[in-house]
Write a protein that binds this ligand. Structure first.
Ligand code: ADP
Ligand code: ZN
Ligand code: ZN
Length: 741
């Protein structure tokens, strides 16, 4: 049958509208070459501002609800080989439906910037230079008076595959001239090669520890399911050898010529970790993280999507990387909140990992010392298999946890006497101490001693934090900053005094108390320069620091063999937090930070300063027992019908006028078709109502029946979309919110 009727391309575009657009194929294009998952350029927008935009073909169909004659044609097809396979497109469509987010925005969030802009999907090339057989021998007469040329020929002789600019640069600034001369003489050729990664093999000379009993069971269980979908929760204290279990599974996967995708929390992806992978697998590893340039990101993405990288490691958004031969997904520190995107398309990379593994019929491993209650509940419901590593691997023993009651004790700038004593002993033993305080800057409040005036942000309902080194006051919520203010604006002569401690102040105090000790501060401010975090981690490894003061950046995954003392200065802040997850988070944090202590053969001690030593959460933690506490928290959630015992969504709104967000949410609430099984809370103003000059409010909808809640959303969201609203108002939907305040 000859089909002369044009087919219709259903195209997704990166715009917030929850719909797709129909186009005709470009003229003079063989229709059989058009495939879903390929990019096209399409005319879009009003006639005045018309510009071609890049879109992705979602489907190719025969009918349109619009009149065929009125459809526009695509202007160009950008990919002959689609960027996404059908399976990958299905995952993206699933995510769009589950999160009720525009499919175009979902797809485009999965594509690197350059490809979004329409760049050709080919691996970038690198230039290199190679010695030809015509080149003279090293001691040839013709080279006697050309020392530089002789030097370069010698370098090139060492590497038959050729050398790149970065290698040749080391021969001095004139290297380009030298190389041109060598090319002129016909001794050297210039070659362009695609960026690539070396082929994968497992180096059999690499030392691998013998697995202990629990590791063996875990590896065997996972290996027995290597060709089927199964979720595993690898629940093991810090230092129990989870990474070793990942390595063994990855070995199995790549030996079958398949790929492994490993997700790491945002702050956990360090050079240390990558080096550990590289040392183990001399193979094609590609890393995707926020520090890459657009070009590097595109190369990494293409190497993965063309199947050339066997191991793909990345932070949250790496979950979308296409991989044609995926064999396993690993989500390390699965409880970490950085797996949830907190703006725009608010997905959970951990949850997507599970769905993706299900689509691809492969195992997914969630690893943690402090699993999320969601994951523990999945174990209870037998959706997930529980693999437990109860002991530290090798010689390390678990840390002891003690509480320092600070109710009636004098604190010396936030440090209790006992803790100071402990630090002294630790330093005398030539060990490292780690002090944890989740507040950067010098002090969180600047106050007038006479009248109580407090420096606050002009754009937010929040205090300004004093940063001494920068001589600034900064808002940690909107990022605004101003010069340091020294005097009260109301009672002219009174000086402002810093109240409370941040990492900067604690560092200063410790330097005064222990003048011999090298104190290292590790927080977002001190590590903002590229490479700084890696440099500091190396200093810790090499014993070039004695006391480490850090925020939660330091709680993630790092291995500090010489740290034997951990002090937690501000646990109380979160003991009574407003979010229903705050005790779960606090417990995870304490266990994680405690896990930094005594990871090698030296036993670790952890001290937590608190005003509430009797608090049941702290009490449970004193046994270094997260699972006991998790049981307790689970019961509370179950009694209150909170997640994971119900599904929750949040509708957030913000506007530049006070009251607008609340009014909008009231209108939205009125559109909900009521049902007994769906509960609606609010609307209410956000805990910090004004942020960055915008007034914020929220509405929570919850049900014990996920399906029902999502059916309700299917009806409701289009109605919310068509509500009248003030110009400045923005709203967003958060499915399974991680932060409810
Ligand atoms: P986790 O990922 O659970 O924190 P790691 O895999 O990083 O733990 O292991 C902690 C330390 O113990 C590492 O130095 C690792 O090389 C070592 N290790 C892991 N498994 C074993 C084992 N079976 N025998 C001896 N040492 C081990
Ligand atoms: Zn004053
Ligand atoms: Zn602010």
């Amino acid at each position: 049958m000859v089909d002369s009727k044009p087919r219709i391309l259903r195209v997704a575009l990166p715009i917030p509208l929850r719909r797709v657009f129909d186009y005709l194929p470009p003229e003079n294009v063989d229709q059989s070459t058009l495939k879903p998952g390929a990019r096209v350029k399409v005319p879009f927008g009003s006639s005045k501002k018309k510009a071609d935009r890049v879109g992705v073909i979602l489907e190719i169909v025969d009918d349109s609800e619009f009149e065929i004659g009125k459809l526009k044609a695509c202007s160009e097809v950008l990919d002959l080989d689609p960027l996404f396979s059908k399976q990958q497109l299905d995952l993206l469509k699933w995510a769009s439906a589950y999160y009720h987010h525009s499919v175009g925005e979902v797809i485009f969030s999965a594509i690197p910037t350059l490809l979004r802009q329409g760049a050709t999907a080919t691996l970038p090339t690198t230039r290199s230079w190679r010695l030809l057989a015509t080149a003279p021998e090293p001691n040839d007469n013709s080279l006697k008076r050309a020392v530089k040329q002789a030097e370069m020929l010698e370098q090139l002789r060492q590497q038959s595959r050729g050398l790149q600019a970065e290698n040749l640069k080391q021969l001095g600034s004139g290297w380009r001239n030298v190389i041109s001369k060598l090319i002129e003489k016909g001794w050297v050729e210039e070659i362009e090669t695609e960026i690539s990664c070396s082929p994968t093999h497992i180096d059999s000379t690499v030392q691998r520890p013998d697995l202990n009993k629990h590791q063996t069971i875990a590896v065997d269980e996972i290996s027995s399911q290597i060709d089927t979908f199964q979720t595993f929760l690898l629940d093991g204290v810090t230092g129990s050898g989870k990474t070793e279990v990942y390595f063994r599974v990855i070995e199995k996967v790549i030996s079958k010529q398949r790929q492994a995708l490993i997700l790491i929390p945002e702050i956990g992806l360090t050079k240390q970790l990558i080096d550990r992978f590289k040392a183990r697998f001399s193979c094609s590893i590609t890393v995707l993280h926020s520090g890459l340039s657009d070009k590097e990101r595109m190369s990494a993405w293409l190497l993965a999507s063309q199947g050339k990288a066997s191991i793909v490691i990345g932070t949250r958004s790496a979950i979308w990387t296409p991989t044609p031969k995926l064999g396993v997904i690993i989500v390390d520190e699965e409880h970490d909140s950085s797996y949830k995107q907190q703006d725009g398309f608010r997905y959970s990379a951990r949850d997507i990992a599970i769905v993706r593994a299900q689509h691809e019929k492969i195992p997914v491993i969630l690893g943690s010392a402090t699993p999320a209650l969601e994951s523990l509940n999945n174990v209870k419901q037998e959706k997930c298999r529980h693999l437990i590593l109860p002991e530290r691997a090798g010689k390390a023993v678990p840390p002891t946890i003690g509480f320092l009651d600070i109710r009636s004790s004098d604190l010396n700038n936030g440090l209790s006497k006992i803790l100071i004593e402990k630090i002294k002993h630790c330093l005398a033993d030539n060990k490292q101490a780690l002090l944890f305080l989740n507040r950067r800057g010098f002090s969180p409040v600047m106050m007038c001693h006479d009248c109580g005036w407090i420096a606050s942000c002009r754009h937010c309902d929040a205090n300004l934090t004093f940063h001494q080194a920068a001589r600034q006051m900064r808002c940690h919520h909107c990022g605004s900053q101003q010069r340091m203010q020294t005097h009260c604006p109301d009672c002219e002569d009174s000086e402002l005094v810093p109240i409370g401690q941040g990492t900067e102040q604690v560092t200063e105090i410790l330097e005064q108390m222990f003048p011999e000790a090298r104190v290292l501060r590790i927080d977002r401010d001190s590590t903002s320069k590229k490479g700084e975090m890696d440099r500091m981690l190396a200093m810790i490894q090499n014993n070039e620091a004695d006391i480490l003061v850090g925020t939660q950046m330091l709680s993630k995954g790092h291995h500090f063999p010489n740290v034997t003392l951990v002090g937690i200065l501000d646990a109380d802040n979160r003991l009574y937090g407003a979010d229903f997850r705050s005790t779960e988070r606090l417990a995870q944090l304490i266990i994680q930070v405690a896990g930094r202590a005594g990871r090698a053969e030296h036993p670790g001690e952890v001290y937590i300063q608190t005003h509430h030593p009797e608090h049941p959460v702290l009490h449970a933690l004193s046994k270094y027992d997260f699972s006991g506490l998790a049981e307790q928290l689970m019961q509370e959630r179950s009694d209150a019908l909170l997640p994971p015992f119900s599904s929750m969504i949040m509708l957030r709104a913000e506007a530049s006028q006070a009251g607008d967000a609340m009014n909008f949410l009231l209108d939205a609430k009125a559109q909900i078709s009521h049902s007994e099984q769906v509960e609606v809370w609010g609307p209410m103003v956000a805990q910090m109502e004004r942020r960055a000059g915008r007034f914020r409010a929220q509405l929570i909808v919850q049900s014990t029946q996920r399906q029902l809640l999502h059916r309700m959303l299917d009806q409701w969201i289009p109605k919310v979309e068509s509500l009248k609203k003030p110009y400045s108002l923005r709203w967003s939907l958060d499915v399974d919110p991680q932060d409810t305040f």
